[in-house]
Structures are given as structure tokens and as C-alpha cells.
Design a protein around this ligand. Structure first.
Ligand SMILES: Cc1nc2c(=O)[nH]c(=O)nc-2n(C[C@H](O)[C@H](O)[C@H](O)CO)c1C
Length: 154
């Protein structure tokens, strides 16, 4: 049975890990391994441990960079770590970050975090079991959490 790793943080203001797990369970039969860390800079090693020690086939890294400049720097550093981890392990890590300032208030932030986590959870299921469905979506302007923007036309 395929195994999906869920790495998430306590810094985030919404439980994106729970939303992702719910969506994955609704759409597949996989085993889930969850690993919660304090913040996004702790995600790369959590992802690596999920892959190396808990034998996950694919991992979601869910987090919320805050709105201050130092948080943006943190997010960039965390992303670099996540990319390095993918190259070290040769496994996909789907990074699901929602920046706190993407939404005007807590209510919209929570809705965005829920939607982006769920839509990327579906991408994880597609990557595992139906890569052709992603191929069919190539160039279609998909957006996770927002309305899709659609293809540009010549
Ligand atoms: C400045 C800062 N900003 C964020 C953030 O925007 N989002 C987040 O999830 N975590 C942040 N952290 C915490 C670090 O990612 C990390 O948890 C600590 O430095 C401990 O390793 C820090 C230190």
C-alpha cells in the first residue's frame, strides 16, 4: 500500500494537515504518516525522515509563512531545503505554503488554507495513481486555493 507523508507546523493558523489527510482519505486508500514540527524551517528534515525512516512514497509539506520580511526569508530558506530534500531522496514533496498576507482576515485565510491543502492533496493522489490526469491538465492554468486562471490563447 502506498504511503503518504504529511509534514506540517504548529506555527500555521489553520490545520492544513488535517484537511489534506481528509481529502486524501476521501479519494484513495493509502497509509498516512504525519509529522508535525514547530515551523516551516523544520519541514525539510521532517520530510526527509518521513521518506527515509517511515518509507513514504510522496510527502506534503504544509506551512504558513507569516507576513513579516523575516518570515518571507524563512519561507525561501524552507523552500530551498525542501527542494534539496527532493533531490536527495528522488521523491516528490508537494510544498503547500499559504502566506499569512494572502488573505485580508482570519476567516478568508482559513478558507484559503483549507482549499489549497485539499487541492494539492488531490495532486498527490494523481501523482501516485493517475499521472495521465495531470498530463491532461498541462497548460490549463490550474491554481490551488484560488479560481483556475485558464489557458492563454494565441
Ligand atoms: C521568523 C520565523 N517565521 C516563521 C514563519 O513565518 N513560519 C513558520 O512556520 N515558522 C517560522 N519561524 C520558525 C522556524 O520555521 C523554525 O520553527 C524555528 O526556527 C525552529 O527551528 C520563524 C523563526
Amino acid at each position: 500500500m502506498a504511503k503518504v507523508g504529511i509534514a506540517d507546523t504548529t506555527f500555521a493558523r489553520y490545520d492544513m494537515g488535517k484537511a489534506a489527510i481528509d481529502e486524501i482519505k476521501r479519494n484513495s486508500s493509502v497509509k498516512i504518516e504525519r509529522y508535525t514540527v514547530p515551523g516551516i524551517k523544520d519541514l525539510p528534515v521532517a520530510c526527509k525522515k518521513l521518506i527515509d525512516e517511515r518509507h513514504c512514497d510522496i510527502v506534503m509539506a504544509l506551512g504558513m509563512p507569516g507576513s513579516k520580511p523575516v518570515d518571507k526569508t524563512c519561507a525561501h530558506e524552507a523552500s530551498m531545503g525542501i527542494i534539496i530534500c527532493q533531490l536527495m531522496t528522488n521523491k516528490h514533496i508537494i510544498e503547500v505554503f499559504v502566506h499569512e498576507d494572502e488573505a485580508p482576515d482570519g476567516r478568508e485565510l482559513a478558507a484559503l488554507m483549507d482549499k489549497r491543502a485539499r487541492e494539492h492533496a488531490l495532486n498527490v493522489v494523481r501523482l501516485l495513481f493517475d499521472q495521465r490526469s495531470l498530463e491532461r491538465q498541462a497548460g490549463t492554468g490550474q491554481r490551488q486555493g484560488y479560481e483556475d486562471v485558464g489557458p492563454a490563447r494565441i
